[in-house]
Design a protein around this ligand. Structure first.
Ligand SMILES: Nc1nc2c(c(=O)[nH]1)N[C@H]1C(S)=C(S)[C@@H](COP(=O)(O)OP(=O)(O)OC[C@H]3O[C@@H](n4cnc5c(N)ncnc54)[C@H](O)[C@@H]3O)O[C@H]1N2
Ligand code: MOO
Length: 389
């Protein structure tokens, strides 16, 4: 058995960044920027008013009077220039007229026909946004970067309409087992619903991959080979179940027949011990254990970093957070334990039930406490490593 960190190193060797593609700006949120993009204009492209009021030239004091000589609105600048004793009615976002140095907000003026008088409680201003105050032509948004809605707004303002992003990893997901039927079907008396494939598909799609749920493979080598054929073209193949040592655990042998180069089998972790990984043709392959919580925990711990690496992201393995324990944590055995836990005001608390079949517990949990192998147990109040879910 290898350690979690050794397994992660070997897995990341299987995951090279994918090709770059151009997508419309509208489709770029949640994608990974693959190359820096560059602002095509200054923002604002002119010195602009930040408020509704009057643009004036030079100093201003309560009681000063100005003649209003024109109007500047957003999209419609004033073509003349402003001199001493003159003002231009101006609105937020309008270009500052030539000669104007500040904006007096309209609340600080009283208007009488074509004249304004500055009131006693005159503010300081200047209420002007300098040309290029947000960004200048040539400023860049650096890659790699997971694009957020705010980044999309920024790129739009930079006048970037197509965005170079890393291609979405194509992830083929194969559930295996005679006992499985799809959600919505009528299970026989010895059957259960295939749940892991759906949870894993949601997980990889949330990370920016495309999931292909292939038909359930039955517990024969022939059925497994038929479904493996359908995984052709995938960047990453996830198998679920059939990974352990039972007579019907045929995933390893079927993959060996197919010529998989195995990188490792079995990791010193709980849940998730019978994890397997390797390369099958052009695809990376991760063989996940069948127990539902084991499959999902391995999804968070191993599959997510592989997807991020394929997307060309940096820091693909999340650093655990430090949080205090709200209750004592019992001693651990020889495998790194990922305990399903919840956050309370007093700290994190592991659920009493840690069996790797309990999806209801996983669904309630908001984090995993990561307890190292051989840990002697920790008292309440001690800070421990936690992975938020
Ligand atoms: N003698 C031993 N038995 C087991 C060991 C061991 O070391 N020695 N390891 C145990 C551990 S740990 C795990 S984890 C499981 C993993 O076994 P497999 O990967 O072979 O998984 P299966 O046997 O196929 O299934 C286990 C369990 O999960 C259910 N399952 C499978 N696929 C799905 C799915 N897509 N959706 C929902 N549930 C699924 C399956 O029905 C079984 O109940 O092995 C232990 N045994
Ligand atoms: O991965 Mo197995 O459940 O260690 O529970």
């Amino acid at each position: 058995m290898i350690t979690v960190s050794e397994a992660l190193d070997k897995l990341l060797e299987l995951a090279a960044p994918l090709a770059v593609e151009e997508v419309p700006l509208r489709a770029s949120s949640g994608r990974t920027l693959a190359r820096p993009v560059t602002a095509r204009r200054d923002q604002p492209p002119f010195s602009a008013s930040a408020m509704d009021g009057y643009a004036i030239a030079g100093g201003a004091a309560p009681g000063d009077r100005f003649e209003v000589i024109g109007e500047a609105a957003a999209g419609h600048g004033f073509s003349g220039s402003v001199g001493s004793g003159q003002a231009v009615r101006i609105f937020t976002g309008a270009p500052m007229p030539e000669g104007a140095t500040r904006v007096v907000i309209q609340e600080d003026t009283s208007r009488d026909g074509g004249t304004i008088t500055l009131t006693e409680d005159l503010g300081t201003g200047p209420h002007v946004r300098a040309l290029g105050a947000d960004f200048r032509i040539g400023d860049t948004l650096d890659a790699p970067r997971l694009l957020s809605p705010s980044d999309v707004a920024l790129m739009a303002a930079m006048n970037i309409d197509t965005v170079p992003v890393t291609r979405r990893p194509d992830v083929a997901i194969i559930a295996t087992g005679d006992e499985l039927v799809q959600p919505g079907e009528d299970p026989g008396p010895d059957q259960i619903i295939a749940s892991n494939s759906y949870g894993l598909a949601a997980l990889v799609e949330a990370l920016g991959a495309t999931a292909r749920l292939l038909p359930i493979a039955r517990d024969t080598k022939a059925s497994l080979q038929t479904v493996f054929d359908l995984a052709e073209g995938a960047d990453l193949i996830l198998t679920i179940g059939g990974a352990s040592v039972g007579d019907h655990d045929l995933v390893g042998p079927a993959l060996a027949d197919r010529g998989m180069e195995r990188a490792f089998y079995k990791v010193a972790m709980r849940p998730g011990k019978p994890l397997m990984a390797g390369r099958l043709g052009d695809a990376a392959l991760i063989g996940l254990p069948g127990n539902p919580v084991s499959a999902m925990v391995c999804g968070h711990v191993f599959v997510a970093p592989v997807i991020r690496a394929m997307l060309g992201q940096k820091d693909v393995v999340p650093m655990p957070e430090q949080r205090p324990l709200a209750a004592d944590l019992p001693a651990n055995g020889p495998r790194q334990h990922y305990l399903r836990a919840r956050t309370t005001a007093a700290g994190v608390i592991a659920y009493d039930k840690q069996d790797s079949s309990l999806l209801s517990v996983l669904s309630e949990a908001d984090c995993l406490i990561v307890q190292p192998p051989g840990d002697p147990g920790q008292p309440a109040g001690r800070y421990v490593d936690v992975l938020p879910l």
